[in-house]
Write a protein that binds this ligand. Sequence first.
Ligand SMILES: O=c1[nH]c(=O)c2[nH]c(=O)[nH]c2[nH]1
Length: 318
Amino acid sequence: MSGRIAPVTDAAEAPAKLTKLRTQDFSLPVHSHGKAKVRVMKVVRTEAKHFCYEYSVDTTLYSPTYERVFTADDNTDLVATDTQKNTVYVVAKRTKADSPEQFAVDLCKHFLSEYSILTGAEALVRQVVWERAVVDGSDHDHGWIKRGPEMNVGHCKFDRDDVPVVTSKLQGYTIFKSTQSGFANYLQDKYTLLPPCEERCLSTEMDATWTYAGDIDGDCGGSFDYSSLRTTVVSELTKGIFGPASGGVFSVSLQATIYDAGCMVLTACPDVKNIKIETPNKHYLPYRQLETLGETFEDDVFTPTDEPSGTIQCIVER
Ligand SMILES: O=c1[nH]c(=O)c2[nH]c(=O)[nH]c2[nH]1
């Protein structure tokens, strides 16, 4: 936005402005407008404890009528992207959402009920994960810590006269296994340098995206408890990758491990229709030069590398 605000002159008096240079019109099959990365922190204060929800929100609005904004210099009834930004704060004030999914549904619902010109609304809500601090073994009532790049993401696409379609994502869930992983029996040819191994470290910055099986209540999208479903999804993924706390589970490949974990999610969560798991395989390479330095490599000193990474992914569906 420019800092200079010129008064809007009466169109009848104003000299005509040159507004287009095109010599031909073409069709406009796709258009939308929205605001990206609106950051908001909502603090909920109860007598016993506080809760905090930090979000970065993208909104997108749809209306075929808005074609005229692109093609005919006509901004009539356009919900400005600045208004969309303000709406994020107003809905944050009013919402009872305790999940990014529910906040996304509430935002879409607000836009559709407020502006009849809209045929659809979309919200992408990325939640920064603040972890309650633990002091002397107890959960702190208002202290928080942020660890790692992890985000909880909720997405809602709500077309008028349809039901909201919600997708959930766990982004940047970064894990490391210091044993119980190997990789062998793969194709060996003249291009292969990697030695097979029965013992290695396994690490990934996982993204998991899941969709829901049943219809969401068209009125408010409130029929799923997204927050507790997410807790179950994350705990099944964690269990699937690491195995039991004592002893773990052996990973033959990242492929086999993420399929196993995906199946566990679908078994534990009947409301989840499918889950996409994306795992860049971050390699911890044995630092074998230790031997040249007079030390012995005993599966203990590694060089962390995340580039290049393997890109292992799958969708597991019921
Ligand atoms: O779990 C793995 N899967 C692969 O496909 C692969 N490829 C590779 O070089 N290392 C690994 N590890």
